[in-house]
Design a protein. Structure first.
Length: 131
């Protein structure tokens, strides 16, 4: 016996999981991603919210993810540059003068995740597959 779920039903099942911490936007992003994978592969997958909870995690931002997975992401994803005054290589702050993270830092974190797993970006956060 098989039950086919639509997007809304799958999202509702994810949101009903008391052991998960999905936002509504995150649940929709994950389900839509999984539907796209099904479409690309031409194969249906079985919905298992416990497996999804274990395989994917939602984060507010790339920095939030890096902060949880690296003891010192500022060193791991920092920017190295050549100081024009001394000609020596130095580490630059991960923040710019306005206190925002440099695009190079965010790009490095993005590449790291994509090289090791899946990154699903949506308005309000990100979802990362476990690796």
């Amino acid at each position: 016996m098989k039950n086919t779920l639509n997007t809304h039903e799958a999202v509702s099942l994810l949101m009903a999981d008391e052991n998960a911490d999905w936002s509504m936007a995150g649940a929709y992003a994950l389900v839509e991603h999984l539907e796209q994978v099904e479409e690309n592969c031409g194969e249906e997958t079985e919905f298992d919210r416990v497996a999804l909870r274990c395989e994917y995690s939602e984060h507010v931002s790339l920095i939030d993810w890096a902060d949880q997975h690296f003891a010192n992401y500022r060193e791991d994803f920092g920017i190295e540059y050549i100081n024009p005054m001394t000609g020596e290589s130095e580490d630059q702050s991960v923040l710019d003068c306005d206190g925002n993270f440099h695009d190079e830092v965010l790009d490095s974190i993005t590449r790291y995740i994509q090289d090791h797993g899946q990154l699903i970006e949506f308005d309000g956060g990100i979802i990362v597959s476990e690796f």
